[in-house]
Design a binder for this molecule. Structure first.
Ligand code: SF4
Length: 224
């Protein structure tokens, strides 16, 4: 025991405070990148999200849900992007009452430019060792899953919820997982947060993958 046990706030609370500060830097980055492209941050998010869905048209509701914004906000941003010629809006072939939103070639160009720009947050993360980056990626994925289970964020296209993901099936410590889609082994550093080839796993496979994934231990550099 040390007096610090009584004096300290819970670790998760200080983590939230730290993440708030990192989030502020990321928002400033996003403002800068979006502004350089003549977009608002929400427009940049909408554009990147639709671009990530490939040729598949997206519905306004689904865009709003994934980005965690109100539907009128998403509608307004989409309308502005359509006016700029970065998105197109057509009737959804599956539902005449709904609109299908797709990205144009000019929209793809903007997203490529934003995606390639190095942000101050990325530069800071780059200062971590590759092992630390992999550990952090693992912990971020665990936190995203907890948020998803709590209903705070919609399902994400991450490897651990993918039907092609096989956790810890190889003896190679560097490449313990397997992606059945490309039929190749891969490691923790390759785990994806938003994969175009993602296919939702059924509950049984998901529980099994999660059990294997969450059992992965990392050597922490100091005592917990
Ligand atoms: S298809 Fe994509 S999300 Fe699924 S396991 Fe392979 S890399 Fe991960």
């Amino acid at each position: 025991m040390t007096p610090f046990d009584a004096l300290s706030t819970p670790v998760y609370r200080r983590l939230r405070e730290g993440l708030d500060r990192i989030g502020a830097a990321m928002r400033a980055d996003q403002w800068g990148l979006a502004e350089d492209s003549g977009l608002s941050p929400t427009q940049a998010h909408v554009l990147a999200f639709v671009a990530g869905r490939g040729a598949k048209g997206m519905r306004v509701r689904s865009i709003a849900e994934h980005l965690g914004v109100a539907q009128p906000t998403a509608t307004e941003s989409i309308a502005a992007l359509v006016r700029k010629g970065l998105l197109t809006k057509a009737s959804d072939p599956d539902d005449a009452r709904a609109a299908s939103i797709q990205i144009t070639g000019a929209g793809q160009e903007i997203v490529r430019g934003i995606g390639l720009a190095m942000t101050s947050t990325e530069r800071a993360l780059e200062t971590l060792s590759s092992k630390e980056q992999t550990m952090l990626l693992h912990l971020v994925i665990k936190t995203i899953r907890a948020l998803q289970i709590a209903g705070a964020i919609p399902p994400q296209r991450v490897c651990i919820s993918c039907r092609y993901f096989r956790a810890n099936v190889h003896d190679d410590a560097e490449l313990p997982h397997h992606c059945a889609y490309v039929d190749a082994p891969f490691g923790g550093r390759h785990l994806r947060l938003d994969c175009n080839e993602h296919g939702e796993a059924d509950q049984g496979a998901l529980d099994q993958a999660w059990k294997a994934f969450s059992g992965i231990a990392y050597d922490l550099p100091m005592s917990a």
